[in-house]
Every structure is written in structure tokens, then in C-alpha cells.
Design a protein around this ligand. Structure first.
Ligand code: TRP
Ligand code: ZN
Length: 484
């Protein structure tokens, strides 16, 4: 589902196909009216859906011409054979008159595709699955595609950003990664601008645990295989989906009426368990700053594999490298990943260049948590970086870092400093009102930097373009902000 960008995208798609007058527009001509009863007419022109969502940094990610509402992903994985079989159902709405449409799928072999129950033809073009339904899909109409596939899943390699996606581990698997990973284990519109709800059913040999996002739906065993169900009912960007299979220490609880489900790899040390056990306490603190926790479940997964050296804010249940806890209890990283549940997961990117909206907020949350736990203060974090930061920090603009610098120090540290600079400019009261209004107004949606600047100006009543220009887009150290 698309929230804020839908109007724009639909308009653009119509112009491209030249079908403006034929495609069920309302009288303003800018929005496709849902027209469930519309049927193909000879005057309609059906064209191929775009193979990319149009992201400036990653043009091939995602696809055009439709909007997914829900995925049902059913996979069976046999770690002994490193073999996966799957059936994924994609429930979507056409946003253009489509002769064909694409899903992203890396590797794997597609054995059958149906659209609305009828067999569809399909072909592969590298990591694109091109589907041709028996008849064209009409703009505004819903459709259901079912894809059956199998094979040995492989991760994707990005030249500068490293590996992402499905990794086979000695006792299972870890599917994880940003900015892309989902297409290594299910066919997907793999761009965060198209959020959807998810139901997962994962079948693994008895004795192994399979953890994914959202609310646990229980497990059932049959003929030596156990099927685990997970359900994420809040819209989720595809890179925030995860699947972790292996042997774990499991903790379950209920917190404020919501399930808590955490899994720590048996190879991780006890500090990992102690740190993950603080999840609900950290979330409760962040709730006092950002507003209500946005999802239906809590948890964390700790993996122990030397190829995973990071943490990722997978929705409702972040995944952490065991390395974060090797030196002892570490709640800073927990605060970072949980802050992403508000900023990154609930309020999502419509385009990757706005990544500071995720990482700047998560970094700032670490500083706030450190202040709350009396380790240091947000002011001290800002001051030390302002005084001592490397030249690179000032050269790379966090608001437009470039694809190669997506996860650079500037995006994280200068991104966090941008928020503190805003706080210095508008004062504490307006600053925390801005942060809460951002979380509330963009809840379950997608957002841009321009929208954040506009909201900050509206809530504070101050003109802030000079401040954001310097902090987000400047290529030298900005002057210290003064109270406006
Ligand atoms: N977004 C993650 C975090 O800050 C970190 C991250 C950066 C990452 N690049 C990644 C995670 C690549 C997985 C893959 O919490
Ligand atoms: Zn982060």
C-alpha cells in the first residue's frame, strides 16, 4: 500500500501510458478512482509495468504499475540440503492498465504463476520476474498473483553496501539486509515506497525455530516438520521483513497486552539475553518521548554468524549481531533499533536518499537513552561531535549522501546532530512536539525530508529552511545554531 506518494505515482503512470482519459480517473484527472466493476474495453491500452520503482539511488529496486496490500509467504526450508520451496500470494491493485508486471526475485526457479486463479506466463530477466496474466489488468482493479518457486537461496551483493538477503548457516538460515534482502526468499515489490501487511508460514525440520516479524501464530508439527506462523498486520517495507531459522533460547511474555517474543542464538553469551530482556523497558521509555509504540508485538533476535556484524530494525523484532553483546550488556543498540520502530518502520522512507530520517532519529534516540540512563547527555554527544568531528562528516551531506554513502557516519552522526540543532533552534517544548507530531501524522506511512521540514516549521511557527539547508545539505561545518 502507498500512502503519501500514491497520487503522484498514479498520475505519472497515466501520463506515460497516454491513457489519461480512458483509465477511470475522477474529474480532477489526478487520482485513479477505484473501479472494481471496470472491465477491459477495446479502447484501453495495456502496457508493461515498469521494472523499477524509480528510486534515484537504486533504480532497479521495486516495480511500477501496482500497489501491494498483502503478502502471504509460505516457505519450507531444509537446512541440510540448503533448499527452499515456496508459494507466495501477492494481493495488489493495478495503478495502470497492465499487460505485464514485474516482481523482484533473486535467483530461485519459478515453477508456476497464477493471476486471479488463472495460469499466467512468466519469464525471468535477471532478478526480475515478469508476469503476463491471461488478460490485461485494469487500472484500479485488485488482483491476486500466486507464485510457486524453489531452489538454493543466495544473498545479493551490492558493490559498496555489501551482502544482503538469505544466508545459509550451519543449523539454519538468516534472511536479513538493507536496502534489499526480501527478494532472495520471496517475490516482492522490493522498495519501501510500497508497504504491505504480511503473513508468514515457515516450515522447518522439527527441533529448529523459525522466527519472523509480528505476532506469533503458533507452531504445528507433522511428519518431522514444524510450521511456524507469524503475522505483521501493520504495513511493512519489504527490507524490514526477516526470517531466522536455527537453535535459539526463546523468551515469551505479554507486555501491555502485546506479545513479546525474543530469540537468542545458543552460541551467544548471557549478556545478549540480558540486553534483549530490556526491550520492553527501552520501548516504554521511547514511548514517553515519541508517543505510543507503533506495532502489535515486541521482541528481538540475536544471531551469531560472522557474516552479520550489524543490527537491523526488522519490524517489531530487530535482529542483532551477537557481537554487540560480547563486551557485556548493551542497551544503546537496543535503543537504536527500537527507535527505528517509530522512525524507519512506522514512518518509512519513500526514497532511499531520505535515509537520515531513519538513522538520524535512531542515533538521536541513543543519545536520549544515554541521558535517561545517566551515562551522558544529548548535549554532550552533540558538543563533542561538533568540536571533534572528522572533515568527512562535514563534506558528506546527510540529506543527500549518495547511494555509496547511504550508511555513512554523516547519515548517522550528522543526522542526529541535525535534530539536536533543531532542538537548539526551537527549544525543548517545540522540538518534542515536532518529533511526536511526526510519528503520529506519518504513522504507518511514508514520508520525505521536505515533509519533515514543513511539519517542523508548522509546529514551531519558525522559518527553518536555512537551518536544514546547512545541516542536511551543506558541505562544511554549519555555524552553531542559536535559539530562534
Ligand atoms: N540500518 C541498520 C541500523 O542502523 C544498519 C545497517 C546499515 C544495515 N547497513 C546495513 C543493516 C545493511 C543490514 C544491512 O540499525
Ligand atoms: Zn539505524
Amino acid at each position: 500500500m502507498r500512502v503519501t506518494r500514491r497520487r503522484l505515482r498514479v498520475g505519472a503512470a497515466l501520463l506515460v501510458t497516454g491513457a489519461l482519459v480512458l483509465s477511470g480517473c475522477d474529474s480532477t484527472g489526478t487520482e485513479a478512482a477505484p473501479s472494481p466493476s471496470a472491465s477491459p474495453t477495446p479502447s484501453r491500452t495495456f502496457t508493461a509495468g515498469a521494472p523499477g520503482a524509480g528510486d534515484a539511488y537504486f533504480p532497479s529496486y521495486g516495480n511500477g504499475g501496482y500497489d501491494v496490500a498483502r503478502y502471504a509467504v509460505k516457505v519450507r526450508y531444509d537446512p541440510a540440503k540448503d533448499h527452499l520451496t515456496g508459494t507466495t500470494t501477492v494481493q495488489a491493485t493495478a495503478t495502470a492498465d497492465l499487460s505485464t508486471f514485474n516482481l523482484d526475485l533473486a535467483g530461485l526457479t519459478v515453477t508456476a504463476v497464477t493471476v486471479d486463479g488463472a495460469p499466467a506466463t512468466h519469464r525471468r530477466e535477471r532478478n526480475e520476474l515478469v508476469i503476463k496474466p491471461a488478460s490485461g489488468l485494469v487500472n484500479g482493479n485488485g488482483f491476486v498473483a500466486e507464485i510457486t518457486y524453489e531452489g538454493v537461496p543466495k544473498p545479493l551483493r551490492n558493490e559498496t553496501l555489501g551482502e544482503g538477503g538469505f544466508l545459509h548457516t550451519p543449523d539454519g538460515a538468516i534472511a536479513l539486509g538493507q536496502p534489499e534482502s526480501a527478494s532472495t526468499w520471496y517475490p516482492v515489490n522490493d522498495h519501501p515506497s510500497d508497504k504491505a501487511t504480511y503473513d508468514f508460514e515457515v516450515t522447518v525440520p522439527d527441533g529448529l525455530t523459525a522466527v519472523s516479524n509480528g505476532v506469533p501464530g503458533g507452531k504445528a508439527s507433522k511428519d518431522g516438520w514444524t510450521t511456524w506462523k507469524w503475522s505483521e498486520k501493520s504495513p511493512m517495507a519489504s527490507y524490514l521483513s526477516t526470517l531466522v531459522i536455527g537453535q535459539f533460547r526463546i523468551t515469551t511474555a505479554t507486555h501491555r497486552g502485546k506479545p513479546v517474543y525474543s530469540a537468542v542464538a545458543i552460541a551467544a553469551n548471557g549478556s545478549a539475553d540480558s540486553s534483549i530482556a530490556e526491550t520492553t523497558e527501552v520501548a516504554d521509555y521511547l514511548e514517553t518521548v515519541f508517543g505510543p509504540y507503533p506495532f502489535d508485538a515486541y521482541g528481538g533476535v540475536v544471531v551469531s554468524d560472522n557474516r552479520i556484524s550489524y543490527a537491523l530494525e526488522t519490524q517489531s523484532r530487530p535482529v542483532y549481531s551477537a557481537g554487540f553483546f560480547r563486551q557485556g550488556v548493551n542497551t544503546e543498540v537496543v535503543a537504536h533499533e527500537l527507535a527505528h520502530q517509530w522512525f524507519g518502520d512506522s514512518v518509512s522512507l519513500g526514497r532511499w536518499e531520505d535515509i537520515w530520517l531513519n538513522e538520524g532519529f535512531a542515533t538521536y534516540a541513543e543519545w536520549l537513552w544515554a541521558e535517561h540512563t545517566r551515562k551522558s547527555t544529548a548535549k554532550a554527544a552533540f558538543d563533542s561531535r561538533y568540536a571533534g568531528a572528522s572533515a568527512k562528516l562535514w563534506k558528506t551531506p546527510p540529506g543527500k549522501p549518495g547511494a555509496k554513502e547511504l550508511f555513512s557516519e554523516s547519515v548517522y552522526q550528522r543526522g542526529g546532530m541535525t535534530l539536536h540543532a533543531l532542538r537548539m533552534s526551537v527549544g525543548d517544548k517545540a522540538f518534542f512536539q515536532i518529533v511526536r507530531a511526526w510519528a503520529a501524522e506519518k504513522h504507518n506511512g511514508t514520508a520525505t525530508t521536505a515533509e519533515f521540514v514543513a511539519l517542523a516549521e508548522r509546529v514551531s511557527g519558525k522559518q527553518l529552511d536555512a537551518l536544514f539547508d546547512a545541516w542536511l545539505y551543506g558541505t562544511q561545518r554549519p555555524a552553531l545554531p542559536r535559539r530562534l
